[in-house]
Design a protein around this ligand. Structure first.
Ligand code: 3H9
Length: 701
C-alpha cells in the first residue's frame, strides 16, 4: 500500500503531502506518517521551511472517525506530532483547500502559518459528533481568536468560510490558484526566524476578566438549554482550563475530556448517525455505473405550501423551476409566499438582494401543464387524494419528454398504483418531502416496483445536490416514517383516553428528547390533515377493527378543533403558546367511557415513553423484515432527520439496541397483559423475536 504521507525537497523547501482518500482523515497511519516525515525534515539540514499540502478534494477533514470505535483513538499521539511541528525550528505553512476540520484544523493551528483558498472552510465540528476537540483545538483556538469567538466556533460546530476565518485571526492569507506556488510566494516574503513567535501555544490569552465573564455566560446559556449536547459543557471546561492553566496543563485536561467524550453513549449515537446518513445513499440492487440523467430544469405541480417549499430547494442551488397551478390567484399566492420567505432570510442578513433576485429569476409561474414538457424532473404536489393525483400523473405521463422523471410527493398513497396512471411506471418514483420542504433535511425516496435504476440513481444524486439526506423506502402505507408514526400516535392517544393529559404525554416525550411531543406536533401539522389521512385509510380498509382507534383526533376534527391554525386542537392557543385545555380532558374521558377504557391516575413518564417508543421500534422491525427499509440505520436517519427523534440517542433502532431487544420484548409482553392485545398492537415482529433470541442487535442485521 502506498504511504499516506510523503515529502520531497524543492529547492530548500520541504513539501509534505498527505494523500489519504476520500477526505485525508487523520488516521493512525497518517499520524505515523506525519511523525516520521517531520522527524526527517527536522534532521535535514538542506531544508529550511515546510509546506504542508493535501492531495485530492480537501485538506484533512478530521480524525478518522471510524477508528474511534476500534481501539485507542490517540495511539501515535497527535499532540506529540503537533508539538514536534510547533518546535521544528523551521517555519511550517499549512495550505488549505476544501475543508480543514477537527483534527485537520488542529494540525493547521499547530503549524506556524496558514493560507487558504477563498472557498475553503475551516472549523472544529467535533460537538456534532458528541466530542470535544482532542488535539489542542480548545487550547490553540482560544489563543488565536479569543475566548468568545472560539466558544462560538466549537459550540456551534459550524465551519466558517476562509475569509471570515482570516478576519478572526485563524488564517494568514487568502490565496488563489496553485497552492504550492502560493506557498513559495508566501515564504519568499517571510523574514527568517519569525516562526518562533508564531507558536499558537505560546500566545497570550487576552484580558483574563473578560475571558472568565465570557466563559460564565456560556455556562449560563447552556444551563438554559435542556437539549445541549453533553460535550458542550466539556468544551467550556476546556476553554476555562486554557484561561486558568498553562498550555501543557490545558492540553492534558483536554485529553481527558476528549477521551471521556469518545466513550460516551451520546457520541456513539451521533457517530452512528454520521455514517448512517452516508450509508443511506448506497442502494442495494442498483447496477454498477448506472447512467444518471442530467437535471437542468424541474417542474413542480401545485403552488401550495408544499409545492412552493419544494421549488425553493431547486432554485436555491441554481436549478430553474416551473411552478404550475390551475388558477392565477393560487399561483400568485404561491409565488408571493416564496418571495416573502426569501425576504425574511434577507432581513436576517443570510441572503443578499442580488441572491434573492437571482433565485426569483430562476422561478417561472405557469397555468398550463404543457409548460413542464421540457423539464427533466416533474414533481406533483397536489392534494393528497388518489383520484386527483392519478389524473395529474396521467397528464404528466403523456406530456413529459421521454426519460423525464415523474415524481409524486404523496405521503401515504400507493406509489405503484400512481405510477401505472402515467403509462410509464419506469420513470416514476415518490419524493416525499417533509414540511417545511425547504427546511427539513429528510427526503424519503419511494422506489416503485418498476422504477428504473437510472431514475432512482438520478434522484438520489439530486437529493445530495439540494442538501437533503435521502432514504429509499419501498412501497407500503406511509412508507418508513409515517407507517412507524401510526403506532406511536395510537399509544399517545390511548394514554389520553386512559387519563393522561396532552401536556403530560408531550412533556414525557420531550424530556426523552423528541423535538416536539406528538400532540403539539399534530396541532402544528393540522388535526384536519391527520384526521383526513385516517378517514382515507379507513375507506381503503386499512384501519384496525378497534372502534377507539385514533378516536381522539377524529373527534377533535369533527369539533373543528383543527390545531394551532384554528386556535384550538389538543391544546388551546394564546398566539403560538399552547395552553392545556380541560375541554380536551373531558372529550377524552367521554371517549374512554364510550369504548370501555379504564381511567387511571398512575401514568408515569417512563410508561408514556415506553408505550410510544416500543410500537415505533416494533413497526421499524416489520419494515426491515419486509424489505421496505434496507437497513436499520436508514430508519434511524428517517426519524432523526424528519421526525425530531433526538440524534444524540441515535434513532429508534439504535436506541433499541442500546435498551436491549429482549428487554423490549418483555416490556411489550407486560403491556399486552396489562392493556389487552385484542387488535395485535403488542404482537412482536418476527425479526425482533429472532434477533432477541439469538442475542443479536438491529445493527447486526
Ligand atoms: C476529530 O477530528 C477529533 C479531533 O479533535 C481529535 C483527534 C485526536 N473520518 O460526507 P461525505 C468519509 S472528530 C472517516 O459524503 P462530502 C465519509 O464517511 C472529526 N471518514 O463527503 C464518506 O465515506 P463513504 C471532525 C470520513 O464531500 C466519505 O468520507 N471532523 C470522515 O459531502 C465522503 O464523505 C468532522 O466531523 C472522517 N472524519 O463532505 C468532519 N469524514 O464515501 C466530518 C468523511 O464511504 N466530515 N468521511 O460513505 C464531514 O463533515 C464531511 O464528510 C466533509 C465532506 C465536509 C469532510
Amino acid at each position: 500500500m502506498s504511504r499516506p504521507v510523503t515529502w520531497r525537497k524543492d529547492d530548500g523547501l520541504a513539501v509534505v503531502t498527505i494523500d489519504n482518500p476520500p477526505v485525508n482523515a487523520l488516521s493512525m497511519a497518517v499520524r505515523q506518517g506525519l511523525l516520521d516525515v517531520f522527524r526527517q525534515i527536522r534532521d535535514d539540514p538542506a531544508t529550511h521551511a515546510v509546506a504542508l499540502l493535501c492531495a485530492g478534494r480537501t485538506f484533512v477533514a478530521g480524525a478518522d472517525i471510524r477508528e474511534f470505535s476500534e481501539g485507542d483513538p490517540v495511539a501515535v499521539d497527535p499532540n506529540g506530532i503537533f508539538d514536534l511541528i510547533e518546535h521544528l525550528g523551521k517555519p511550517v505553512l499549512a495550505t488549505i483547500h476544501g475543508t480543514a476540520l477537527g483534527g485537520g484544523f488542529e494540525l493547521a493551528l499547530a503549524s506556524h502559518y496558514r493560507i487558504a483558498l477563498a472557498n475553503a472552510r475551516v472549523g472544529l465540528p467535533e460537538i456534532t459528533l458528541g466530542l470535544v476537540p482532542g488535539a489542542g483545538g480548545t487550547q490553540r483556538s482560544v489563543r488565536l481568536m479569543g475566548v468568545r469567538p472560539a466558544l462560538e466556533l466549537m459550540l456551534s460546530g459550524t465551519p466558517i468560510a476562509a475569509p471570515e476565518a482570516m478576519k478572526k485571526g485563524l488564517i494568514d492569507e487568502i490565496v488563489e490558484g496553485d497552492l504550492l506556488a502560493a506557498a513559495k510566494a508566501f515564504f519568499s516574503r517571510l523574514p527568517a526566524g519569525g516562526e518562533a513567535t508564531r507558536r499558537a501555544s505560546e500566545r497570550p490569552i487576552g484580558d483574563a476578566e473578560t475571558a472568565l465573564a465570557d466563559i460564565e455566560s456560556a455556562r449560563q446559556e447552556l444551563l438554559g438549554k435542556s437539549r445541549a449536547p453533553l460535550a458542550a459543557a466539556r468544551i467550556v471546561d476546556c476553554v476555562s482550563a486554557a484561561v486558568s492553566q498553562s498550555f501543557a496543563q490545558g492540553l492534558e485536561f483536554e485529553r481527558h475530556q476528549f477521551l471521556a467524550s469518545v466513550r460516551s453513549p451520546e457520541s456513539a449515537a451521533l457517530r452512528h448517525i454520521f455514517f448512517a446518513e452516508r450509508e443511506a445513499a448506497r442502494i442495494p440492487g442498483l447496477p454498477e455505473g448506472v447512467q444518471k440523467h442530467p437535471v437542468a430544469k424541474v417542474g413542480v405541480i401545485g403552488a401550495g405550501t408544499m409545492g412552493g417549499g419544494i421549488a425553493m430547494n431547486f432554485i436555491n442551488v441554481g436549478i430553474p423551476v416551473v411552478l404550475i397551478d390551475m388558477g392565477q390567484e393560487a399561483l400568485d399566492r404561491g409565488l408571493g409566499i416564496i418571495r416573502r420567505n426569501y425576504e425574511t432570510t434577507l432581513a436576517k442578513g443570510k441572503l443578499t438582494r442580488e441572491q434573492l433576485d437571482a433565485r426569483m429569476a430562476l422561478l417561472t409561474g405557469a397555468l398550463q401543464y404543457g409548460d413542464v414538457a421540457d423539464c427533466d424532473l416533474v414533481i406533483e404536489a397536489v392534494f393528497e387524494n388518489m383520484s386527483i393525483k392519478k389524473e395529474v400523473l396521467g397528464k404528466l405521463g403523456g406530456l413529459c419528454k421521454p426519460d423525464a422523471i415523474i415524481a409524486t410527493n404523496t405521503s401515504s398513497l400507493d406509489v405503484d398504483e400512481l405510477a401505472l396512471a402515467t403509462g410509464r411506471p419506469q420513470d416514476v418514483l415518490g419524493m416525499h418531502f417533509f414540511s417545511p420542504a425547504n427546511v427539513m433535511r429528510l427526503l424519503e425516496v419511494v422506489r416503485g416496483r418498476q422504477t428504473s435504476p437510472a431514475a432512482l440513481a438520478t434522484v438520489m444524486a439530486l437529493a445530495k445536490r439540494i442538501g437533503k439526506v435521502a432514504v429509499v423506502s419501498g412501497v407500503c402505507y406511509g412508507f418508513i416514517g409515517n407507517r412507524m408514526l401510526e403506532g406511536y400516535l395510537r399509544e399517545a392517544e390511548l394514554l389520553l383516553m386512559e387519563g393522561a393529559t396532552p401536556a403530560q404525554v408531550d412533556q414525557a416525550l420531550e424530556a426523552f428528547g423528541m423535538a416536539m411531543g406528538p400532540h403539539r406536533m399534530m396541532d402544528l401539522a393540522g388535526v384536519d390533515v391527520g384526521a383526513k389521512v385516517l378517514i382515507e385509510r379507513g375507506k381503503a380498509g386499512g384501519l384496525p377493527a378497534d372502534p377507539a382507534y385514533r378516536s381522539v383526533i377524529q373527534t377533535l376534527h369533527q369539533l373543528g378543533r383543527n390545531g394551532q391554525k384554528a386556535g384550538v386542537g389538543y391544546y388551546r392557543y394564546e398566539g403560538r403558546k399552547a395552553v392545556s385545555d380541560p375541554v380536551v380532558d373531558d372529550i377524552c374521558a367521554g371517549l374512554a367511557a364510550r369504548y370501555g377504557i379504564a381511567r387511571r391516575s398512575d401514568i408515569a413518564a417512563g410508561e408514556i415513553v415506553r408505550r410510544c417508543l416500543y410500537p415505533l421500534i416494533n413497526e421499524g422491525a416489520k419494515t426491515l423484515e419486509e424489505g421496505i427499509a434496507y437497513r436499520a440505520s436508514d430508519i434511524d436517519v428517517v426519524w432523526t432527520s424528519g421526525y425530531g427523534f433526538p440524534a444524540r440517542l441515535g434513532g429508534p433502532m439504535h436506541q433499541a439496541d442500546v435498551i436491549g431487544l429482549a428487554a423490549i420484548l418483555e416490556g411489550m409482553a407486560v403491556f399486552a397483559r396489562r392493556y389487552g392485545n385484542q387488535y395485535g398492537y403488542w404482537e412482536p415482529a418476527a425479526l425482533l423475536q429472532k434477533l432477541a433470541a439469538s442475542g443479536q442487535r438491529f445493527a447486526d442485521y
